[in-house]
Design a binder for this molecule. Structure first.
Ligand code: GRG
Length: 302
């Protein structure tokens, strides 16, 4: 039986390497802070290079690897789509922090974009990140000839599904209390499968798609991503509950620990981790980073 510290020690260099790859690609793809319109780009770069864990793009790269993509294709076949999902994720955080949503003054230990710049610039920086994400995901040349046009088209549509009304935006509308009561496990899962799960599903599925996997494998990787995303959300709730978060109490939506108790929430995380392992059966050692990422999603401390 491998210990927690052994698993983390194995995962860390991998994460660092993939994160560095993602950061270099994001720097290449996204306009630099000094570029016109300068204020807008400063605000967007503040968010994009503010210390995010890069879970979603790393997941896309690891799924690409797990289906054998990296053995036969250059990383350029997947990096644009992987970076696009990070841009969508970053926009969602910038908008979520705004006073009209979660009203947060700090993120990742630094002032949020609207505090550092202004509310209007935060709104625009989010808009710019979201727009650029789709420009990048569907930009044939960004893939440097390594991905087929129909797969790039499919990836763009998958991203729209994950980000829009069927995915994150729909989930956020439920979370803010506009759509339906969220008062039991089923409705809470329904919400988080959309708000958090769909971007994770996209990340793993798009890695497989652009790694030239079969439709069945793309679907299976998507299911793995979704299970991991839900586990990630539940563990986020557990971490928040540990911090005795007053804001959560003001939210119309209960957290998983509030609804199920901490033990119940941990139980769900453990079951989702098992589901992730099950879905990865048959992919062999090249899926090891995906196994470790699932483990990390459940056992992380921030
Ligand atoms: C504004 C449309 C819209 C949606 C906002 C992302 C979001 C939806 C809300 C943020 C609050 C929250 C707890 C979302 C659940 C997903 C989640 C755990 C986000 C944080 O993701 P990390 O931990 O962030 O990957 P880093 O900082 O590492 O990038």
């Amino acid at each position: 039986m491998t210990s927690h510290s052994e698993l983390l020690a194995a995962l860390w260099p991998y994460m660092e390497e993939r994160r560095a790859q993602v950061d270099a690609a994001l720097t290449e793809y996204f306009p630099a802070p000094a570029r016109w319109p300068k204020q807008l780009h400063e605000a967007a770069n503040w968010a994009l290079f503010g210390g995010g864990k890069r879970m979603r793009p790393v997941l896309a790269l690891a799924a690409f690897e797990a289906v054998g993509g990296s053995a036969k294709l250059p990383w350029d076949a997947v990096l644009p789509a992987a970076c696009a999902v990070e841009m969508v994720h970053t926009y969602s955080l910038v908008h979520d922090d705004l006073p009209c949503m979660d009203d947060d003054a700090e993120r990742r230990g630094r002032p949020t974009v609207h505090v550092q710049f202004s509310e209007a610039l935060a709104l625009l920086a989010g808009d710019a990140l979201l727009t650029e994400a789709f420009s990048l995901c569907g930009h044939l040349e960004a893939y440097k000839g390594a991905a087929q046009p129909e797969k790039i088209l499919k990836a763009s549509r998958m991203l729209a599904h994950a980000a829009g009304w069927q995915g994150m935006v729909g989930g956020q509308s439920i979370d803010l209390g506009f759509e339906m009561p969220v008062d039991d496990e089923e409705s809470l899962r329904f919400l988080h499968l959309r708000k958090t799960g769909e971007l994770f599903r996209f990340s793993a599925a798009v890695g497989a798609l652009l790694g030239d996997a079969s439709e069945k494998d793309v679907e299976r990787m998507g299911d793995y991503g979704e299970a991991l995303g839900l586990a990630f959300q539940i563990s986020d709730d557990i971490l928040d509950a540990d911090e005795d978060n007053e804001e959560r109490e003001a939210s119309p939506t209960p957290s998983f620990p509030a609804l199920l108790g901490e033990a119940g929430a941990r139980e769900r995380c453990a079951a989702l981790l098992e589901r992730c392992y099950e879905l990865l059966e048959g992919y062999g050692p090249k899926a090891e980073p995906l196994r470790q990422l699932a483990w990390y999603a459940v056992h992380r401390d921030h």
